[in-house]
Design a protein around this ligand. Sequence first.
Ligand code: 9MG
Length: 272
Amino acid sequence: MFEPNISSNLRIMGVVNTTPDSFSDGGRFDSIAAAVAAAGQMIADGADIIDIGGESTRPGSRPVDVDEELARTIPFIEALRRISDIPISIDTNKPEVMRAAVAAGADMINSVSALRDGDALQVAAELDVAVCLMHMQGTPETMQQDPRYDNVVGEVMDFLRERIDAALQAGIARHNLIVDPGFGFGKTLEHNLLLLRSLNRFHALGVTVLAGMSRKGMIGTILDKPADQRLYGSLSAAVIAAMLGADIVRVHDVAETADALAIVKALARVSS
Ligand code: 9MG
């Protein structure tokens, strides 16, 4: 019999990107105002964390330089911090951006390279904030070209175990660690589905578990629909992840996800 394993601390992370294609407008000031408005709406809709990124990690995307990433994210973090005390996550791999973001008011680092860049491990330890370590095979530019695994769940878990050990060795507290299998980051549809089926196994790693599938290619491939028509598929994926013990779901559609997860939370309140 299937028994759900619902987190007692299930949270929604709302995604706000500050890449130029995210907000079409005339200039930097307008885009900050638009991003703050988008984040404010997410907070009103039930977000528990806001994730802010200044470098796209979509398949095929190219890296941006540090000054550009700082210019896109730091004024936004400062502006959001002025209007809300919501936990803010900075989606970056760059140690300089991590430092500046935390100084501007961020509470968490979301590293899709699992702190493998430069002295990111040491910087994260020094900053003493929550850190998400995500699995990715390859880099965003090339990762979807021919991803291969012999045993995707085992290999992703081994990688995350190794990164947890590296983080602990660097002095990052275990209570600050979050792991994420990295749906869509160097994975075929089958790899993603195998990871989703096995999500409850990731709790054996002994830290918080985050899952992000919102609007991703895995949903688009199953439904044969473009990104703007993946809401119901994304909600289904969020509910499955929550039933399999995800503690944090990273999503674009906060209001709809909050309703979907309210049903999951109701289920957690009754025992079998
Ligand atoms: C930045 N980003 C895009 N997708 C993501 C995912 O699935 N997890 C995390 N932690 N970050 C992501």
